[in-house]
Design a protein around this ligand. Structure first.
Ligand SMILES: Cc1cc2nc3c(=O)[nH]c(=O)nc-3n(C[C@H](O)[C@H](O)[C@H](O)COP(=O)(O)OP(=O)(O)OC[C@H]3O[C@@H](n4cnc5c(N)ncnc54)[C@H](O)[C@@H]3O)c2cc1C
Length: 294
């Protein structure tokens, strides 16, 4: 199938992008790796595509203090191969799972967040880390916590006349460790189920915070504070299994599909969660926290 006819504009400034989005049924075009297939299958028929790739201010990747700011046109592969990605290890763990490298060389980080596929990796990273998403619209700019940004399958808090300008990911703190894993039918496919895990140890080496985000299991990423669970299991995978099995019953909220029933996804989530929380706990303990002594 071919897309329905559409107009194409390529503004040079953010103000011009917002003006173009305000007229008719326009859609932002970033990397085009999800939007173009949607158009080709006629699942969407916007009358105008607003290509944001010529807007200089959207192309920057900046490490400022405790945040890594990823502009709207930064490619997934550019981030994957950047020096800056080392500051946010969970991004480094997740990016190789996003489609294939050819897709990542065009697809943008913000495009993946704005597309909000429930089985996509980057939204789960944003939720697990508590990223902040900056949205610009006709009434100015607003900053939206990732937990409030994803409101359903392929649905976010970005209005039709707004643009996601940048995503800000917190830089890893001392004593933090991370885990990420997914099960897909083939590498590069969307996940049947996946997890992002973050564990922080205090200066004495005790688990101070543990967070788990599951994806591919509901209409959006689902995040839980699992500090007590990780603490009581001593961060050991086998000891975590009972708790993650109960957690999976609570988290998996899908009717299932031809690739996996809800029960199968619950089992995947329970196994992945136990393994990656244990891995994150080990990594959190790998580097001595400041003041922890020898
Ligand atoms: C075969 C195949 C396999 C894939 N596998 C995976 C996978 O395993 N995991 C995964 O996460 N993704 C996967 N993808 C999707 C890919 O990662 C896309 O790059 C990504 O989802 C969208 O990024 P994009 O820059 O290409 O956005 P586009 O395709 O340009 O846009 C996607 C949507 O987001 C909107 N949008 C984009 N940027 C903005 C913005 N700044 N502000 C507001 N709205 C915006 C667009 O209007 C559109 O609705 C796959 C795609 C294909 C074709």
């Amino acid at each position: 199938m071919k897309p329905a006819p559409f107009a194409y504009v390529r503004p040079g400034t953010l103000d011009e992008v917002l003006t173009a989005l305000g007229s008719g049924s326009a859609k932002v075009l970033a990397g085009g790796q999800s939007l173009v297939p949607v158009l080709a299958m006629r699942l969407g028929r916007p009358d105008t595509l607003v290509d944001i790739n010529a807007v200089e201010e959207l192309s920057s990747l900046t490490l400022t203090g405790d945040m890594l700011r990823v502009g709207a046109t930064v490619r997934q592969r550019a981030l994957e191969h950047s020096r800056e990605v080392a500051a946010v290890p969970l991004l480094g763990l997740a990016l190789p799972f996003v489609g294939h490298r050819e897709l990542r060389s065009r697809g943008t980080v913000c495009g993946s967040l704005a597309h909000a596929d429930p089985a996509a990796e980057l939204p789960s990273v944003a939720c697990c880390l508590g990223a902040v998403l900056e949205v610009a619209g006709p009434c100015g700019r607003r900053r939206v916590p990732a937990a409030e940004f994803f409101v359903g399958a392929m649905t976010t808090g970005v209005g039709p006349d707004e643009v996601l300008v940048a995503a800000e990911f917190p830089v890893a703190a001392e004593g933090e460790g991370f885990g990420f894993a997914e099960i897909a039918r083939r590498h590069g496919d969307f996940a049947l189920a996946g997890v992002a895990a973050r564990v922080r140890r205090d200066a004495a080496g005790a688990v101070a915070e543990a967070v788990l985000t599951g994806f591919g299991i509901s209409d959006r990423p689902v995040t839980r504070d699992v500090t007590e669970l990780v603490r009581s299991a001593g961060g050991v995978a086998d000891a975590l299994r009972e708790g993650t099995t109960d957690l999976a019953v609570d988290l998996v909220d899908t009717a299932g599909d031809a690739h996996g029933s809800p029960g199968y996804r619950r089992r995947l989530l329970a196994v992945l969660a136990a393994r990656e929380l244990a891995r994150a706990a080990r990594r959190a303990g790998a580097a001595p926290a400041p003041g922890a002594g020898p």
